[in-house]
Design a protein around this ligand. Structure first.
Ligand code: SAH
Length: 358
């Protein structure tokens, strides 16, 4: 009986070591393979030239090395670049490079589509097509770093592309461990931010993980009534429970939880909403990131005026909160928050459900 080939791109190093050993090879080759894949951006075993020719030939029989293919690459006038990538099964997704924030940031997807159906998000319109594997999540990082000539550069990762990372918990955590591997990208978890709509059981589980990214919560409203209309999941996990979980979340001394708040004209942008938000966050080590809506056809909301945005931010700042307004990047190429969508993929049952919920 022959075992199907394992994908080198989808294995944590300990798993690769075991797989090598089971096939009669030395475990230490895993380190070499990791260096080739993550530090040198190699996508073919044949190019791993510090392995003997015979070993490379055998490995090519026993393993695959799957890398997302770049289908399209668009560059915004502000330097932001959006990559349309094709996965092994033909599914497509988008990843975004955001330069000079001042750091270099890769915005990475964790699912094709998303099941959360937030009222203002285009990706939510797709419904969930499928989860990504850890190899596909880290594959986006490999492809972007390679294409941008940044394999040996420092960059940050935000899990704020398509999908809800905590709805694909195991593969997302596996991806974080792979990115952290000292023989691969050796990414410090402090350079990674996971953004979630607040799937509480998964959030509580993450609080016990050895590798802990920075946490961002997509809050968007200070009350259940308002939040339910924007984030359907709030019917299950309400505002008070999320804030409680945040208060319990283990934070290192200097770190804070980011609360993202999409500003929608006339919906959640009044000074009264700001006062309620400030009250809600008192006692939480927080910073608030205001995201003026990135409007798009089919999204039934409008972006507030600059005055309304400033006024909202000022109310929070006056109450001692740390506030920033997210400068929208790459809007001209639809690479901004909530604008990632891949047309023409078959709708899933979750998508039909998402539409029915609305
Ligand atoms: N599912 C995760 C991560 C992906 S979305 C989450 O919800 O946090 C990343 C951020 O972009 C979220 O805060 C999301 O609410 C926000 N966003 C979605 N659509 C947007 C839009 N049209 N304009 C501005 N921000 C948007």
């Amino acid at each position: 009986m022959t075992t199907p080939p394992l994908d080198l791109a989808n294995l944590e190093r300990p798993a690769l070591e075991s797989a090598l050993e089971e096939r009669g090879h030395k475990r230490f080759h895993a380190r070499q393979i990791f260096r080739w894949i993550y530090k040198r951006g190699v996508t073919d075993v044949a190019a791993m030239t510090d392995l003997s020719r015979e070993l490379r030939a055998t490995l090519a029989q026993e393993f695959t090395l799957t890398t997302p293919a770049i289908v399209a690459r668009e560059r915004s006038s502000d330097g932001t670049e959006k990559f349309l990538l094709r996965l092994g099964d033909g599914r497509q997704l988008e990843s975004v490079f955001i330069p000079d924030t001042p750091s270099m940031t890769f915005c990475i997807s964790t699912q094709v589509g998303c099941a959360m159906a937030c009222a203002f998000c285009l990706t939510g319109r797709m419904g969930l097509v499928r989860n990504l594997t850890a190899g596909e999540i880290t594959g986006q990082v490999r492809v972007l770093a390679g294409a941008l000539g940044m394999l040996d550069k420092k960059f940050n990762i935000v899990l704020m592309g398509m999908g809800e990372p905590l709805h694909n918990y195991d593969e997302t955590m596996r991806a974080l461990r792979m990115l952290n591997d000292e023989h691969g990208f050796a990414m410090s978890p402090r350079r990674v931010t996971l953004s979630t709509v607040g799937l509480l059981p998964a959030l509580e589980k993450m609080a016990r993980e050895p590798i802990m990214p920075n946490l961002a919560i997509s809050l968007h409203a200070p009350t259940d009534k308002l939040r339910e209309a924007l984030v359907p999941l709030n019917k299950k996990y309400g505002v008070a429970d999320i804030i409680d979980a945040c208060k319990r979340f283990p934070l290192s001394k200097r770190s804070r939880i980011t609360f993202e708040y999409v500003l929608l004209a006339g919906v959640n942008d009044s000074p009264d909403d700001a006062r309620k938000l400030a009250k809600l966050l008192s006692g939480v080590k927080s910073k608030v990131n205001l995201i003026p809506l990135n409007a798009a056809p089919g999204i039934p909301f409008e972006r507030p005026s600059d005055e309304a945005i400033d006024r909202f931010a000022q109310v929070l700042a006056d109450r001692g909160l740390v506030v920033s307004v997210r400068k929208s990047r790459g809007r001209d190429i639809r690479a901004a928050c909530g604008q990632l969508i891949v047309e023409g993929q078959k709708p899933s049952p979750a998508q039909r459900l998402a539409v029915a919920l609305r």
